[in-house]
Write a protein that binds this ligand. Structure first.
Ligand code: DGY
Length: 312
C-alpha cells in the first residue's frame, strides 16, 4: 500500500499545495475536529509533516499508531515528543543548518537595534519629535563584549558575525566545545556579569526552561542587553518584564516569547525593548531552503527508508 502522509498545520500555501500535490498529504487543520479525525483515521498514516511551531505531542502519537516518520519544518524540536517517537521506532527529521545565517543575522540586528535604538529612533522621527530636539545618545556596538548561551550552529554564526564588529566573545554551554576551548564560561552568572550583550541561541525544552532567571538578569544589569532568538521558555518572562520595568536590565531584543503569539503588554510601552514576531528564519530564501529540506527528507524516507537530517 502507498504510504500515507498527514500534515498537521498549515505552512505557506506553496508548501501546502506541494505537499498535497506531490504526496497526497491530508491536511489535519482542515478537518472539522482534529482529534475525532485522528481517532477515526490516525491508523492510516505512515508519515507526519509538522513544524517547530505545530510539533507533535505524545497524545497525537497515541492516535497515529502506524507512524514511521515525522518530517518537521524548523530547527527547534522542543514541541515534538522526540523521545517517545524514538521509543516507538519513528524517525524524526528537522531542518538544521539552512536557517543558521538568517537567525544569526537577526540576532545581530537585534543587538544593533537595541544598542543604537534604531526602532525607537524611527518612532521618534515619525512622531515628528526631531524638530523639537535631538535624539538622546545611544550605546556603541563595536568592540563590546558579547556572551552567547548555546554555542551550537547558530551560536557559532553569531560569534563569527560578532568578530566582524571587533567584539570579544565568550560562551556558555553545558560542556566546552572541544574545538573552541577559549571563551568557555562554565558559570552563566559570570558570563552575564561580563557581557554587554547576552545572546540566547540554545535549544528550548526542559533542560533550558527558565535558564535565564532573575539572578542572571540582575547579573547582566542595567547596562546589559538580552537578545533571545532561541525559545521563549528559556527566559523567565515575568522576571524579565519586572527587570525591564524596574530599570534593572538595560534592554532586550526578543524574537520569541513564552506564550507566543501573546506578548506581555507591559513591554509595548518600553523604548529599550525591540519586539519581533518569531521571524528568525523568516526570509523567502531560507524558508524555501527549509521547505526543500522537508521534501528531501520525505523523499529519502520513501525511497531509502531513512530521513536525511534526523534529530539525533
Ligand atoms: C525553528 O526553526 O525552530 C525556528 O524557531 C522557526 O523560525
Amino acid at each position: 500500500m502507498q504510504p500515507r502522509t498527514l500534515q498537521i498545520g498549515p505552512l505557506t500555501s506553496r508548501f501546502n499545495q506541494r505537499m498535497a500535490g506531490e504526496h497526497g498529504a491530508v491536511a489535519l487543520w482542515q478537518q472539522d475536529d482534529a482529534v475525532r479525525f485522528l481517532e477515526a483515521h490516525g491508523a492510516d498514516f505512515d508519515i507526519l509533516v509538522t513544524s517547530a511551531r505545530f510539533g507533535c505531542t505524545r497524545a497525537q502519537l497515541d492516535l497515529l499508531p502506524n507512524l514511521r516518520a515525522i518530517c518537521s519544518f524548523g530547527v527547534g524540536y522542543d514541541a515534538i515528543a522526540v523521545d517517545e517517537a524514538r521509543r516507538r521506532g519513528i524517525q524524526v527529521s528537522y531542518t538544521p543548518d539552512v536557517l543558521n545565517d538568517c537567525v544569526a543575522d537577526l540576532a545581530m540586528g537585534l543587538v544593533i537595534d537595541c544598542a543604537r535604538r534604531i526602532s525607537a529612533a524611527d518612532r521618534f522621527v515619525r512622531a515628528g519629535l526631531w524638530p523639537a530636539g535631538n535624539y538622546p545618545l545611544a550605546r556603541k556596538v563595536s568592540g563590546k563584549r558579547l556572551g552567547i548561551v548555546g554555542l551550537g550552529r547558530i551560536g557559532k554564526d553569531v560569534a563569527r558575525r560578532a568578530g566582524g564588529f571587533d567584539m570579544q566573545v565568550r560562551y556558555h554551554n553545558r560542556r566546552p566545545d572541544a574545538a573552541i576551548p577559549d571563551g568557555f564560561e562554565p558559570d552563566l552568572l559570570a558570563l552575564a556579569r561580563w557581557a554587554d550583550f547576552l545572546v540566547l541561541s540554545c535549544p528550548g525544552g526542559a533542560a533550558t526552561h527558565h535558564l535565564i532567571s532573575a539572578p542572571v538578569l540582575d547579573a547582566l544589569g542595567p547596562e546589559g542587553i538580552l537578545i533571545n532568538v532561541a525559545r521563549g521558555s528559556v527566559v523567565d518572562e515575568e522576571a524579565l518584564v519586572a527587570a525591564l520595568l524596574e530599570g534593572r536590565l538595560g534592554g532586550a531584543g526578543l524574537d520569541v516569547f513564552e506564550a507566543e503569539p501573546r506578548v506581555p503588554e507591559a513591554l509595548f510601552a518600553l523604548d529599550n525593548v525591540v519586539l519581533a514576531p518569531h521571524i528568525g528564519s523568516g526570509t523567502e530564501e531560507t524558508r524555501l531552503q527549509m521547505e526543500e529540506l522537508v521534501f528531501a527528507n520525505l523523499r529519502a524516507f520513501l525511497d531509502k527508508g531513512e530521513v536525511l537530517t534526523p534529530v539525533v
